[in-house]
Write a protein that binds this ligand. Structure first.
Ligand SMILES: [Zn+2]
Length: 175
């Protein structure tokens, strides 16, 4: 168990399409999940926010996501099987560029199949904050970052400027 160093925007590892986990008995899988858990917890303690993290952000090119909204969950090899036509627009951010805010559009509702840490197939329907979070994290394991999803280039701004215009808006979803 260890707190990983979070890779930052510009690091080419963040742009790699990650590989599927094929052997759930491999102790590396468990170690990656533990490291993601520790790193996310540490970030939450030090910065006061954070809901999700992915393996490539700590330098591991595997399709492993760890989220903590209501409870901690490892999500492995996720696939989005349904996307609502309805979209939502919000300011997004990322551990890999913590001082930047990006306005993005996401599907309001998605259905995801994935494997849990025991290698058991699961599926979930996500709406609102969870839907947005999972779209952000699944983009990550495909090498896609929130800045790529900006509705236009004017909506990539510094967090300090965003704070002035938003008045610390409650509509922000911090990742
Ligand atoms: Zn991110």
């Amino acid at each position: 168990m260890a707190i990983g160093e979070i890779l930052l925007l510009g690091n080419p590892v963040l742009r790699v399409k990650c590989e599927k986990v094929r052997n759930f008995a491999d102790p590396e899988v468990d170690r990656t999940i533990q490291d993601l858990r520790d790193t996310l917890n540490n970030f939450r303690i030090s910065r006061g926010f954070g809901r999700g993290i992915v393996a490539p952000q700590i330098g591991v090119g595997k399709r492993v996501i760890f989220i903590n909204m209501d409870e901690p969950v490892a999500i492995i090899n996720p696939e989005i099987t349904k996307r609502s036509r309805q979209l939502m627009t919000m300011w997004d951010d990322c551990f890999s560029f913590p001082d930047i805010m990006v306005k993005v559009k996401r599907h309001a509702k998605i259905t995801v199949t994935y494997y849990d840490e025991n290698g058991k197939k699961q599926h979930l329907e996500a709406v609102g904050g969870l839907s947005e979070l999972l779209q952000h994290e699944i983009d990550h394991i495909n090498g896609v970052l929130a800045v790529d999803r900006a509705i236009d280039s004017k909506h990539i701004i510094l967090r300090s400027e965003w704070a002035k215009i938003s008045g610390a808006s409650k509509s922000v979803h911090v990742l």
